[in-house]
Write a protein that binds this ligand. Structure first.
Ligand SMILES: Cc1cc2nc3c(=O)[nH]c(=O)nc-3n(C[C@H](O)[C@H](O)[C@H](O)COP(=O)(O)OP(=O)(O)OC[C@H]3O[C@@H](n4cnc5c(N)ncnc54)[C@H](O)[C@@H]3O)c2cc1C
Length: 451
């Protein structure tokens, strides 16, 4: 019997995870991966650190090459763009971008792992010289080259989400005078305003100018790449390099054409195995929704950690192992300088918007025993459901072990813990690494008491 043919579109996190896991699970599968870019299987998450110079070589971001996949029996065709899907015929149309030739390929199973692109406002000037977006390895290399050749003295970052913050730090590290603008009244809209203010203060103290409540209206530029960003507030901010870090939008064109149902933010609706509503078409990664375990509904939270899990789950399924991915609770982390900020579940703002009667508590503690050297402040905010006492979310800003503490909260959320239960959890303690009452326990006890 002929082996089943699996075609995968997109080869960064989700597509390559699916390919590798499917082949490991069922070596008989005949797998071909089509990828528009020259690069596959790399860490886009590492790009700000490559641009900032902490990671000197972009090759360090590459996990596996096409040759390594070939050795495992997986065919990878880079610089091939999939143009169309004929779901009834089980056929795709592909263009070889180096030769310009177009051809068809047939599938038994089709994985759409087409990811996402930068959500750019359709404003005059967004394609000017000196204006960049950061999504792919190619984008990262282009920015790096521009920085080397042009040596800009000033940068404007549009968008103060986690990519904007990481890139502001990268520009600063390179000695570039940096301005960040955002249309919201706070940086990092995924956390509550008082927690975001701690990051904002750190950014300002490091020398970054921040304009909040300022929507980009248009960009003007000259042939030399000097760009002026005009804002809704009337401010005009000049930069020799401008980065659009304005959020992401799923690449859903192929899915839409194939009749795949779309969900929040028009991402592909998939189940825990990666199946769509269209037979033999599957999805994984940033082009897809994911189940939110607290809200119990599909959401669009495109992150590398999820893309890898969705890809691996789908690969196993294609190989014959049915082990659904339960979903996310909305965890993320970033840093600015020495300050880390992590969150999971819902912020107070999100929880109220979702209709919960909310209780919240914010405490300030230290990351380890105050008497042990170098204890530094740690701010914890927890949010709970007033009716059930269940934890709904948490945010932590501090200098050490921030993410790992938020990870405790993520597990508490996934298991449906109440704040009372969390408050008495058996967390580790020794003076150099924690306090006898860990900041997470202090916050949970304070919140439990407020019921
Ligand atoms: C600067 C930056 C920092 C990040 N930091 C973090 C972080 O710290 N933590 C975290 O969890 N996540 C982070 N992310 C997000 C993470 O990188 C993404 O979630 C992850 O790359 C998603 O992988 P993916 O395979 O689903 O999609 P993508 O990475 O978008 O890859 C999809 C690929 O498919 C290709 N493609 C699309 N359409 C076609 C077509 N028609 N034919 C052929 N190929 C096609 C695209 O060119 C692309 O190469 C970051 C992202 C960026 C850009």
């Amino acid at each position: 019997m002929a082996s089943e043919r699996v075609l995968i579109v997109g080869g960064v996190a989700a597509g390559t995870s699916a390919a590798a896991k499917a082949k490991r699970t069922n070596p008989e599968l005949d797998i071909t991966l089509y990828q528009r870019e020259p690069f596959i299987s790399y860490s886009a998450c590492g790009l700000p650190y490559f641009i900032g110079g902490w990671v000197p070589d972009h090759n360090a971001l590459i996990a596996r090459t096409p040759d390594q996949f070939a050795r495992d029996g997986i065919t990878v065709r880079t610089e091939h763009e999939v143009l169309d899907v004929d779901a009834a015929a089980g056929r795709i149309t592909v263009r070889d971008l180096s030769s310009g030739k177009t051809f068809h390929d047939h599938y038994d199973h089709l994985v759409l792992a087409t990811g996402a692109g930068v959500r750019c406002p359709p404003l005059p000037g967004i394609d000017l010289k000196g204006v960049f977006r950061l999504r792919s390895m190619g984008d990262g290399l282009a920015i790096k080259q521009y920085l080397a050749e042009r040596k800009p003295a000033s940068a404007v970052v549009i968008g103060a989400g986690y990519i904007g913050i990481e890139m502001a730090e990268a520009f600063l590290e390179l000695g570039i005078k940096t301005t960040v603008i955002d249309m919201l009244d706070q940086v990092l809209g995924t956390v509550d305003v008082e927690m975001a203010a701690l990051i904002e203060t750190a950014m300002r103290e490091a020398g970054i100018q921040i304009h909040l409540g300022a929507k980009l209206a248009h960009l003007d530029g000259d042939a030399a790449g000097q760009v002026t960003c005009a804002c809704s507030t009337g401010a005009e901010l000049a930069g020799e390099i401008v980065l659009l870090a304005t959020g992401v939008t799923p690449h859903n064109e192929l899915a839409r054409a194939a009749g795949v149902a779309l969900g929040p933010r028009e991402a592909m609706l998939i189940d825990g195995l990666g199946r769509t509503n269209v037979a033999r078409i599957y999805g994984a990664g940033d082009c897809c929704t994911v189940n939110h375990r607290v809200l119990d509904q599909p959401v669009y939270i495109p992150l590398g950690t999820t893309a890898n899990k969705q890809g691996r789950t789908l690969g196993a399924f294609l190989g014959g192992v049915e082990r659904p991915f339960a979903g996310v609770v909305g965890s993320s982390v970033t840093k600015f300088g020495a300050l880390q900020i992590a969150s999971t579940g819902m912020s107070e703002t999100m929880a109220r918007r979702a209709g919960y009667a909310v209780r919240s508590q914010r405490i300030e503690s230290t990351d380890h025993a105050g008497y042990y050297p170098n204890a530094r402040p740690m701010h914890v905010k927890l949010v709970s459901d007033a009716a059930s006492g269940k934890l709904l979310g948490g945010q932590i800003v501090g200098y050490e072990e921030v993410a790992k503490r938020v990870d405790i909260l993520a597990v508490a959320l996934a298991t449906g813990m109440t704040v009372e239960e969390l408050a008495w959890s058996d967390l580790t303690y020794a003076p150099p690494v924690s306090s006898v009452w860990d900041p997470v326990l202090v916050a949970a006890q304070a919140l439990a008491k407020s019921r």
